[in-house]
Design a protein around this ligand. Structure first.
Ligand SMILES: C[S@@+](CC[C@H](N)C(=O)[O-])C[C@H]1O[C@@H](n2cnc3c(N)ncnc32)[C@H](O)[C@@H]1O
Length: 269
């Protein structure tokens, strides 16, 4: 990350450190952590990608170890990296509770402290949206560098045109440019075309699937982002509808992919 603005950099880390101590599940997942009827139990879910026993796996921006734990359950040799020391302490605690231990590294996803071609799999879930466009490109390059030839990476980012994300972006714009609120944690939403362009020369294959098709749940301001405006009895039917649209988007009607809330990028080196 750009460190020429040291103050910004420090404040950015402080938010994650603070969140790790107060409510790590909510700060890392947002409303997804409090919508069990829509998401199921995300706090102990299987990894959203295949994992092979014995593989050397890298989790970029591992947070409190939510995904590292099921990856280790499957016999992978995983390493977690995060910029927040307190998130790493939370990971250590979470893994120990489940009789796991994994090497953890404090570091920046744009400059990985690993040798070329040292992993069989790399994943990063819901991290790149907090980085600038330039930093995002650096992460893709770093993932390609540390991944072995022929191996896979999985990167999940929020997508630009989902109604929920458009509303978030509009409110974020108003907060920053009209109300002049200084918040080090900003969200950047990704377009399918820009991802493909960045990955074209770094990977031999780039497949993108879209997930979660739903109306906005909440208004994202500091005070309101955990207030869910859609009544709970509608969450399960909305999930079923979303699953149907998801099948169409990732199959016969690919233009629908643009409107999914998140994109899963499956890369092969
Ligand atoms: C939204 S959370 C996602 C955590 C985890 N991947 C998950 O899905 O539960 C984002 C995480 O990325 C970390 N992070 C943000 N910017 C980072 C950077 N430049 N380098 C390393 N980690 C970073 C934060 O500290 C935080 O733990």
């Amino acid at each position: 990350m750009k460190e020429n603005d040291q103050k910004f950099f420090r404040e950015f880390i402080d938010v994650w450190d603070d969140g790790a101590q107060r409510d790590a599940a909510f700060i890392t997942l947002g409303v997804e952590a409090i919508l069990p009827d829509y998401y199921g139990n995300l706090l102990d879910a299987p990894p959203p990608f295949p994992v092979q026993k014995g593989d050397r796996v890298l989790d970029l921006g591992c947070g409190w170890g939510r995904v590292l734990k099921p990856v280790l359950d499957r016999g992978a040799r995983a390493i977690g990296l995060d910029i927040s020391h307190k998130m790493l302490l939370a990971t250590q605690k979470h893994l120990a509770k489940h009789n796991h231990a994994a090497p953890l590294a404090r570091g920046d996803v744009t400059r990985l402290p690993f040798e070329n071609e040292s992993f069989d799999m790399v994943y990063s879930l819901l991290v790149l949206q907090h980085l600038s466009k330039e930093n995002g490109k650096e992460v893709f390059a770093e993932v390609s560098r540390v991944l072995c030839k022929g191996k896979d990476a999985y990167i999940r980012v929020p997508s630009r045109f989902a109604p929920e994300n458009l509303l978030f972006a509009l409110l974020q714009f108003a907060r920053i440019h009209i109300f002049r609120v200084k918040d080090p944690i900003r969200m950047r939403f990704y377009r399918i075309g820009e991802i493909k362009k960045v990955c074209r020369n770094l990977f031999t294959r780039c497949e993108i699937t879209a997930h979660e098709f739903r109306p906005p749940w909440n208004f994202h301001t500091r005070k309101t982002w955990h207030i869910i405006i859609i009544p709970r009895f509608l969450h399960r039917p909305l999930r079923r509808l979303s699953d149907k649209i998801e099948t169409l988007a990732n199959g016969k009607l690919p233009f629908l992919k643009h409107f999914g809330v998140t994109l899963m990028i499956h890369l092969t080196k």
